[in-house]
Design a protein around this ligand. Structure first.
Ligand code: B12
Length: 266
């Protein structure tokens, strides 16, 4: 609509009546402003409307749906400056809003380009924390994270990476689409203490299982963790693999690693 108003204004300069042109131009400006201020209305999921940071989640989502990149980045910067922790802002805010974006896309309330945009902005927002994340005391342990061959969902991995860095781990994130034959050389090269693999899409589970088998065969003592949506339908799913744990959140994995690797001197 805003572009539409701008084009109308451009066409108005060809109007002979200057008074009419001015009135019309003012109306179009007012219309543009009203659209920018308007509440974006769609049915929000329960976890956006309620629970901790309900107001912040809604405000951040509104900025994203308005395509206000700078506004969204500044919004999170401001919350962090006011004392909202990295974990809370990344998980309670950004992660929740990304889940909501997925729902809106699924219900055909937003198009896929908006989903791409939301991902890019959220990744940009995550870099707000980098000064703090890389300033932590190291614990001497290495965390290797990758996703199997065809998995494209990588935002969650990035949040796990950030949280591990924040807790003093040297984290190596190989991103998605890591071929099986490169897994063992990577485990070796980075002297890995903990390997995390994640799967969002159910069809990618078999390839992930192959990766677990390969890693376990290479080093029976290596700690292997699994995560993400594809495993969430049944607790039995991950137990059928040779992994050591499955977790729903990044924090769950950090706590598990502290207990099972750092405290045990593993
Ligand atoms: C952004 C997005 C995309 C982007 C990803 C871009 C990118 N650079 O990452 C793109 C556009 C590529 C994409 C593609 C697709 N997507 Co998509 N996508 C999403 C969306 C909206 C957000 C994902 C996200 O960033 N979440 C935020 C992060 C922070 O959360 P997270 O991943 O869960 O990670 C957290 C935890 O899980 C945990 N964690 C993560 N890893 C690990 C590891 C371990 C070991 C542990 C313990 C914990 C842990 O820690 C993280 C932080 O707490 C989701 C919606 C959703 N509910 O997730 C849909 C969603 C996952 N996508 C979906 C679909 C269907 C697809 C496509 C098939 C669409 C298509 N037709 O092409 C493709 C598949 C691509 C592929 N081959 O993988 C569906 C999946 C439905 C299903 N049945 O499984 C969802 C749920 C949308 C929906 N509501 O329908 N998608």
């Amino acid at each position: 609509m805003i572009t539409h108003y701008r084009i109308l204004k451009e066409v108005l300069i060809y109007e002979d009546n200057v008074d009419q042109e001015q009135v019309a131009s003012q109306c179009l400006d007012a219309g543009g402003e009203a659209i920018l201020k308007a509440e974006i209305s769609h049915t929000l999921a329960e976890y956006i409307m309620s629970g901790p940071y309900a107001k912040e989640k809604k405000e951040y989502l509104d900025l994203i749906l308005r395509l206000d990149t700078r506004g969204a980045v500044r919004y999170v910067e401001k919350r962090v400056a006011e004392g909202m922790s990295i974990r809370r802002s990344s998980h309670a805010l950004i992660q929740r809003v990304m889940y909501e974006i997925g729902k809106l896309w699924h219900r055909n309330e937003i198009t896929v380009d908006k989903e791409h945009y939301a991902t890019v902005v959220s990744q940009m927002v995550l870099s707000v924390y980098y000064d703090r994340i890389f300033g932590q005391i190291r614990n001497g342990k290495t965390f290797l994270y990758c996703c199997e061959g065809s998995e494209l969902h990588e935002m969650g991995a990035r949040m796990v990476f950030d949280l591990f860095e924040c807790h003093g781990w040297d984290s190596v994130y190989l991103r998605a689409a890591v071929p099986l034959y490169l897994l063992i050389p990577a485990i070796d090269e980075h002297q890995t203490d903990l390997l995390a693999l994640s799967v969002t899409m159910i069809p990618h589970l078999a390839q992930c299982n192959e990766m677990v088998d390969e890693a376990r065969g290479y080093n029976p003592d290596l700690k292997i963790a699994l995560g993400r949506r594809a495993f969430s339908s049944s607790q039995e799913l991950w137990r059928k693999t040779k992994a050591d744990m499955y977790g729903k959140t990044a924090l769950e994995l950090v706590r598990w690693a502290k207990e099972n690797i750092i405290r045990k001197g593993g």
